[in-house]
Ligand binder design. Structure first.
Ligand SMILES: [Zn+2]
Length: 317
């Protein structure tokens, strides 16, 4: 990694620690927001909730980008999002491709797949590939996977801040962050993924996850102490909402708990799986390894919450 790229990565990481907002430029390049008072990936949550193509200001720079935001007024409105999420997403494709050149949508019986690439940091020399299952029901959150592609060598990005057990990207907390909800702007979703990848890159280079983070909840809905002890580094921000580092905040408390019992409690909640038992479904890994887009697996096979929802709906009939 070139020195200037490394320095930029560190600068953004420091900014995330200080809760400075970031922006995502075209191509998926993450930068610190030079105008921190504008709406950003980190802060736009409330507005984003108001619906598809809602009033949330797009955090892109320059007049051409501002002009683009007017295109978004043509995006389907809230009513159509209920009857046709797939149509909503298809209608966004042109705008998505301006921000993420080459992005494609591939239809599935239960939704659409969004494939896109992100450059993450200027001059990085590798790209992230995103493969995101977008169900056509707004009752189910999307599920996506991220991979590095360096000169054709493809590698899964995880397991930190991925879901159990399928290693899908956990770029925001679906209820606490209110960062994105089904029917929202796909560019925002890809931006969130780009920032997540940048944080992974920071973890790989500087051995710490930058910025605020959530832990998995335990039986009481609190941060799972086993999860934190095994996942968080001392120098990372704690998940309790304080501004302190984990090592100086909740770690001493977590350490006092009986380790085996918090381990077993964790496994009980996670189908008996351990903290490292996370990996993309074989169908997804194989698809990415081939570099192909033609043989996408049926969404139902790789999206477990969608499968559960479909089973529940058909069971209720
Ligand atoms: Zn804490």
């Amino acid at each position: 990694m070139a020195d200037d790229v490394r320095a930029e990565l560190q600068r953004i990481g420091d900014g995330l620690d200080a809760r400075r907002p970031v922006r995502v430029k075209d191509g998926g390049i993450v930068i610190l927001d030079p105008q921190p008072f504008s709406t950003t990936v980190q802060e736009k949550s409330n507005e984003q909730q108001q619906g598809a193509g809602g009033p949330a200001a797009r955090s892109r720079q320059g007049s051409t980008r501002r002009q683009r935001s007017s295109d978004r007024s043509r995006a389907p409105r809230a009513e159509s999002r209920i009857v046709g999420l797939a149509g909503n997403y298809a209608g966004q494709l042109e705008n998505v491709q301006r921000a993420y050149p080459g992005a494609t949508l591939i239809p599935d019986d239960y939704g659409v797949w969004l494939l896109a690439r992100s450059r993450v940091v200027e001059g990085l020399g590798r790209e992230a590939i995103f493969l995101i299952a977008l169900p056509k029901t707004s009752a189910v959150e999307p599920r996506g996977w991220a991979f590095w592609d360096q000169d054709g060598h493809v590698e899964w990005i995880g397991p930190r801040h991925t879901n159990f057990p399928d290693g899908s990207v956990c770029a925001y907390h679906p209820t606490l962050d209110k960062a994105w909800s089904p029917g929202g702007d796909l560019r925002t979703l890809l931006d969130l993924y780009s920032v997540w990848v940048l944080r992974h890159l920071h973890l790989a280079v500087f051995d710490r996850w930058p910025g605020r983070q959530h832990a998995m909840p335990d039986d009481l809905g609190q941060s799972d102490p086993y999860y934190r002890l095994t996942q968080f580094k001392d120098t990372e921000l704690c998940s309790c909402g304080s501004d302190r580092r984990y090592g100086e905040c909740c770690r001493p408390h977590d350490l006092k708990l009986p380790f085996l019992s918090i381990l077993h409690a964790f496994k009980r909640r996670n189908l008996g799986l351990g903290i490292l038992d996370r990996a993309p479904p074989a169908e997804i890994a194989a698809l990415i390894a081939q570099g192909g887009q033609k043989t996408l697996p049926p969404m139902l096979e790789v999206h477990s919450t969608l499968r559960a929802q479909v089973a529940e709906v058909s069971g209720n009939r």
